[in-house]
Design a protein around this ligand. Structure first.
Ligand code: ZN
Length: 409
């Protein structure tokens, strides 16, 4: 089947061109190839609003992805970190999901067993509400230091003897905090100057070569190969393949210990130690960059088909008078709705996190409801924003005696 021209929502474009003067923030090489634009999307997707009006008036900006042909890194070239405001109303936690907790538990236990992390000090950069750090401390009798501007002290009353929380961004001013393990999960993708950030971390541990570094972040290869437009949003300014992540660690002065995919192959897990000296390798190996390049080239077709599919499906359901809700109200749901420019076709988003109920998502201003609301609303279809949760959701629906058909993105 040849390439067909599909209808694209307003603001979405796959126009490709090269910005020859643009510097890659991941390897400092010159020249990025732009390949995907989504205009006018909310700058935050995890902050919650108390009214629909406030949510719809939330500041927006543009996303334009550029690919570095030297290291394979992808970044939003329109990103402005000054537009961001990470504070304690930031509601990112996935800790209400049993499925997510099983993953977090097994990851924590695996790390503790493999690297013998017992009676150690763990520093977590971007610890969120502190659940993972608390788990690491509990499972290995460790002490923790958690740093995050969106930390909420009231959420973890039981951990105060084991963990010190600092409500701030990590920076050089915290280099005096000595730790055996530095952990950073779901944070690097929110940071634009990735090379500068990793070099800063490397500098803070100059004299401690045994410090274990452990990062966990989304893999963009899957996003590109699936055309998963709901995984591309303003908060994420940096998108890594295994290769571009390995290259970054290498040039910022770390030796990789392990690098693999986890969580149904959605996340990259990397462990490393400071290297004595940089190997001076310039970014990623050619093979990896070629693979990424191919995936970027195929993204246009994959993604435009996905967009077309969801627009048609949701419009058809609306015409047939079928009520559809989205399960999940985090960044993926915000990106799904704002990319497709959907509004009245879907009335509600469902979430199991009670801190989200009765709030409104930035951009489209959809209201978030609890699963039990579906008993009265009686939707016919539910779009699930992450297929890994389908079993958990089906169980919940069965318990509520709600008969609706699940569709995973
Ligand atoms: Zn690069």
């Amino acid at each position: 089947m040849g390439e067909v021209t599909l209808e694209l929502p307003k603001g979405v474009s796959f126009d490709a061109f090269k910005q020859t003067d643009r510097i890659c923030p991941n390897c400092n090489s010159k020249g990025l190839s732009l390949f995907y634009t989504v205009a006018d999307i909310p700058v935050h997707s995890c902050l919650l609003m108390s009214s629909k009006e406030e949510a719809q008036k939330y500041p927006t900006s543009d996303l334009q992805l550029g690919f570095c042909q030297v290291c394979g890194f992808i970044s939003n070239v329109r990103f402005d970190s000054g537009l961001h405001n990470y504070n304690s109303t930031y509601e990112e936690t996935q800790g209400f999901s049993a499925c997510f907790n099983t993953f977090a538990n097994s990851l924590a236990q695996r790390m503790i067993d493999k690297y013998d992390i017992h009676n150690k000090t763990i520093l977590e950069i971007g610890c969120g509400k502190g659940e993972f750090l608390a788990l690491m401390c509990q499972l290995g009798s460790n002490k923790g230091i958690g740093i995050d501007p969106a930390y909420v002290p009231e959420r973890n009353p039981d951990t105060r003897s084991q963990i010190e929380f600092i409500q701030d961004f990590y920076s050089q001013k915290y280099s005096h905090l000595e730790a055996d393990v530095i952990c950073c999960r779901h944070t690097l993708e929110h940071i634009a100057p990735t090379l500068e950030f990793m070099q800063m971390i490397r500098q803070t541990i100059t004299d401690r070569p045994d410090t274990l570094i452990f990062f966990d972040l989304p893999d963009v290869m899957r996003v590109l190969q699936e055309g998963a437009f709901w995984d591309i949003y303003y908060e994420h300014c940096s998108y890594f393949t295994a290769g571009s992540l390995a290259g970054l660690f290498d040039i910022s002065g770390f030796n990789l210990d392990d690098l693999y995919l986890d969580y149904d192959d959605q996340y990259l897990i990397v462990t490393a130690y400071p290297s004595r000296s940089s190997t001076g390798l310039d970014g990623d190996s050619d093979n990896n960059v070629d693979k990424s390049h191919l995936a970027v080239n195929e993204f246009r077709q994959k993604c435009s088909r996905k967009i077309d599919y969801w627009l048609r499906t949701i419009r058809r359901l609306t015409q047939d008078g079928q009520k559809t809700v989205i399960w999940g109200s985090g960044s993926k749901a915000v990106a799904f709705l704002t990319t497709l420019k959907l509004n009245d076709e879907i009335e509600y988003l469902v979430d199991i996190n009670p801190y989200r109920h009765g709030k409104f998502i930035p951009g489209t201003g959809h209201e978030i409801v609890a699963p039990k609301f579906l008993k009265q609303y009686k939707p016919q279809k539910i779009i699930v924003m992450n297929p890994v949760y389908c079993n958990e959701i089906q169980q919940e629906l069965d318990d509520l005696n709600v008969k609706a058909e699940l569709f995973a993105v």
